[in-house]
Design a protein around this ligand. Structure first.
Ligand code: ADP
Ligand code: MG
Length: 307
């Protein structure tokens, strides 16, 4: 497996307080890694360490297979980033800001600026000053600047902040395109579970500077608590059949029509068949998962108790 980033026990201390604490994370090449955590959990601080804007207090970072050193800078040409607030040269137009960035990155393509602006849906702002743009437009201009050089690795800190629903949808589409068509590896942060859930291949959950969980979206969905919900008009008899005929004990009667069956080895098809044979009408029978939101809230609380 190739990794774009691996950290080992990464720690950052500000005035005696650990903003980031022993974080060991792994970002695979070609994936979208979603960094999920509430405000103040250390997401931006980690991103700043990855781009050498600030130095770790302890721990190591390996990026593109090489250890990051205090004076590493060449690797930054392979990265596009937007960390915290979009900052521009306010006296220069949008186009001039992008031109300067390209020159600085050693990237020379006249067409690239147009393309990047089109990509983020900012067709008519080339000659505007950053201060003439709305917050959402500044955010998009900043994403344009991050992707303009077609970097291998894109780091975007809360990229959907300040965007309207249509803008959010367009950004999501753009991220998927960059990932799938250009093969870019993306690290995106957000404090909104739904946003990360929709786009990430791997999720890193961070709280209080600690990485609570790092797992693939598929494995999370797979292991997510599942139950079978049975709706029937003959709930009493159904409960008896589950117990007596199928040996299922782990179920809960939710209301006079609904039964939830947890963690059973008995396949859903056998449950249906047995109930039907016992002349119990089934209005519906479905597999249900707890939402990812419930899962993470539980997960974070659980780990807090453990640690
Ligand atoms: P997030 O991006 O997840 O919202 P941050 O990485 O910005 O979180 O911040 C993590 C913690 O580190 C917060 O408690 C924040 O106040 C603190 N912090 C971040 N930068 C500094 C700094 N330069 N000086 C002191 N404390 C800081
Ligand atoms: Mg932040």
């Amino acid at each position: 497996m190739d990794y774009v980033v691996q950290t080992r026990n990464l720690t950052k201390t500000f005035q005696g307080h650990n903003a980031v604490s022993n974080v060991t994370m792994n970002i695979k090449q070609g994936e979208i890694y979603g960094f999920l955590g509430p405000n103040g959990s250390g997401k931006s601080t980690i991103m700043k360490m990855l781009t050498n804007m600030i130095k770790p207090s302890h721990g190591e970072i390996t990026i593109f297979g090489k250890p990051l050193k205090h004076d590493s800078f060449e690797y930054l040409k392979r990265i596009g980033s937007m960390i915290e607030y979009p900052i521009f040269y306010e006296k220069m137009t949008a186009r001039e800001n992008l031109e300067l960035h390209c020159a600085y990155m050693g990237y020379h393509s006249k067409q690239a600026i147009r393309d990047a602006l089109d990509r983020v849906g900012l067709e008519n702002v080339e000659n505007k000053l950053p201060k003439e743009l709305s917050l959402g437009m500044r955010q998009r201009l900043c994403v344009a600047r991050a992707i303009i050089t077609k970097p291998e690795f894109l780091i975007l800190d809360e990229p959907i902040n300040g965007l309207d629903p249509a803008g959010i949808k367009a950004m999501r589409k753009l991220f998927k395109m960059l990932n799938q068509e250009y093969g870019m590896t993306l690290l995106l942060s957000s404090h909104i579970i739904g946003e990360i859930e929709q786009i990430a291949d791997t999720i890193g959950v961070i709280k209080g500077g600690k990485l609570m969980e790092e797992a693939s979206m598929d494995s999370i969905k797979e292991s997510n608590t599942e139950y079978i919900e049975l709706v029937t008009s003959n709930q009493r008899k159904a409960a008896m059949v589950l117990h007596d005929k199928l040996g299922i004990n782990n179920f809960k009667v939710v209301d006079d029509q609904t039964i939830r069956i947890y963690a059973t080895e008995v396949p859903q098809s056998s449950i249906s068949k047995t109930l039907i044979l016992e002349d119990i009408n089934i209005e519906s029978i479905d597999k249900k998962r707890t939402t990812l939101e419930e899962y993470f809230i539980k997960k974070v609380e659980l780990d807090q108790v453990v640690s």
